[in-house]
Unconditional design. Structure first.
Length: 369
C-alpha cells in the first residue's frame, strides 16, 4: 500500500499556515531520500498559458525549490514548450507567461528555464515498452537530471479525464516533438448538426488544418498535428469533439511517456498534486473557466498511480460549486465519476493502464499533515 501525504487547504490560525505545513511534509516525507548531496534535481512546474488566470501559485513552487536546497540538492526549475505552430513562437509566449504569472528569479529565487530549449530541440529519445509507444522524446534537462519533482496543478482534462501526476509527468516532461507524438492519435470530429458556421475552429488552428466550406468545417488530416485543444476549445457551441477511442489511445501514450521519464530518472521521481483552483481545463489552455470544487489542498507521493487515484477520490467526495461546470454536468454532489461526467472521458482507464505497466499501486493510505 502506497502512502499519499495530504496537506489541507484550510488555514485556521497562523500556526496552521499551508506553506509551513507543505514545507514540513516535504522535508519529512519521501523527498528526503530522493537525491544525494549535490545532485541535480529538476523541479517541473507549468507556467500556464499567458492569458490563463488560474495556475499554480509561485509561492508553492518556491517552497519546493527551498526544500530541495535545504536537503542538499541543486534544484533546476524547468518547464517545457506546449504545442503550437512553431516552437519559437510558443517559446516567446512562455517567456511572457513566466513574467506575467510571477515565475521569475525575484519571486522564486531561481530563474526557470525550458527543459527542451526555446526551439524544442533539446531532447533525448528514451525507449519504452508501451502498448502505444516504443520510444518518446523527453526534454533533455529532465532526462539528464539525477532526480525529478513533478508539480501538477490538478484540473479536469478533455482527453485524459484528469490532469494530475501522470499527465504532468508524461506530457509535461516530453519535448515539443514528444508532445506531438503523444497527441498524434487525436483528431477533431465536427458535429455538423451543432455547428453554426462561426469559423472559430478555422481561425484558431495553428496548423491551418481546419477549413470552412459553405460555413461547414472540414479537416486536412495531413496538416493536423493532433493538438486538438485549439479547435475544441475555440468552439462556442460544442460542435468540435474527440472520439472516445482516440482519447483512450492518448491516455495510453501519456502513460507510456511517463514510464519513459521514470525510466530515464531510474525511478527517482516525486509527485506533488495541487488541488486548488480545480478548473475544467489544464493550464496549457488560453482560458481557465471557474473552479468546479473548492480548494482542497495538496497531495504528495512517490507513487503516481496511488496519487492520481487519491486525487480522484478527493474530487469525487467534494461538493461541486454552483454556477460551474459541475452544475452543468449534474455533478454537484459527491459522485464516483465527477470527472467522467465533466469531460466525457474516464480517467480511471488511464490510471489502470499505468498500474498494468507497473508504475504504482491503486491501493493507498492518505496521511494528513
Amino acid at each position: 500500500m502506497s502512502v499519499v501525504n495530504f496537506v489541507g487547504a484550510r488555514e485556521r490560525c497562523s500556526s496552521s499556515r499551508l506553506l509551513e505545513r507543505f514545507r514540513g511534509t516535504l522535508k519529512k516525507g519521501e523527498l528526503q531520500g530522493l537525491f544525494s548531496q549535490g545532485e541535480l534535481v529538476a523541479v517541473k512546474f507549468e507556467a500556464g498559458e499567458r492569458d490563463n488566470l488560474r495556475y499554480v501559485r509561485p509561492l508553492l513552487v518556491k517552497a519546493v525549490v527551498d526544500v530541495v536546497y535545504s536537503l542538499g540538492g541543486q534544484p533546476l526549475l524547468v518547464d517545457t514548450l506546449s504545442m503550437g505552430s512553431k516552437a519559437s513562437e510558443v517559446g516567446r509566449r512562455w517567456l511572457e507567461a513566466v513574467v506575467l504569472h510571477g515565475f521569475d528569479v525575484t519571486s522564486l529565487g531561481k530563474s526557470p528555464m525550458l527543459a527542451d530549449g526555446y526551439t524544442g530541440e533539446e531532447e533525448m529519445l528514451v525507449q519504452v515498452d508501451g502498448e502505444e509507444l516504443g520510444g518518446v522524446e523527453i526534454a533533455r534537462a529532465v532526462a539528464e537530471s539525477q532526480a525529478l519533482v513533478v508539480i501538477s496543478h490538478v484540473t479536469a482534462h478533455p482527453f485524459a479525464g484528469l490532469s494530475g501526476a501522470l499527465v504532468s509527468c508524461g506530457v509535461g516532461c516530453a519535448s515539443f516533438r514528444g508532445k506531438e507524438r503523444i497527441h498524434a492519435p487525436l483528431r477533431p470530429l465536427f458535429m455538423q448538426d451543432r455547428c453554426d458556421g462561426c469559423g472559430q475552429c478555422e481561425k484558431h488552428c495553428p496548423h491551418d488544418a481546419v477549413r470552412l466550406k459553405d460555413d461547414r468545417p472540414s479537416l486536412d488530416d495531413k496538416r493536423c498535428k493532433g493538438c486538438a485543444y485549439y479547435c475544441t476549445a475555440a468552439c462556442p457551441v460544442g460542435a468540435v469533439v474527440i472520439d472516445g477511442r482516440m482519447a483512450r489511445r492518448f491516455q495510453r501514450r501519456v502513460v507510456d511517456s511517463a514510464l519513459a521519464v521514470t525510466g530515464a530518472l531510474q525511478g527517482k521521481v516525486y509527485y506533488v498534486n495541487i488541488l486548488m483552483d480545480v478548473c475544467p481545463y489544464p493550464d496549457c489552455y488560453p482560458f481557465s473557466d471557474v473552479p468546479f470544487v473548492s480548494d482542497r489542498g495538496i497531495l504528495m507521493s512517490h507513487d503516481p498511480v496511488a496519487l492520481d487515484s487519491a486525487t480522484l477520490n478527493v474530487l469525487d467526495e467534494s461538493s461541486g460549486i454552483w454556477g460551474s461546470i459541475a452544475e452543468e454536468s449534474e455533478s454537484l454532489g459527491s459522485s464516483d465519476d465527477k470527472l467522467l461526467r465533466i469531460t466525457g472521458v474516464d480517467p480511471t482507464s488511464m490510471i489502470a493502464y499505468a498500474k498494468k505497466l507497473g508504475m504504482g499501486s491503486d491501493s493507498f493510505e492518505i496521511r494528513k499533515a
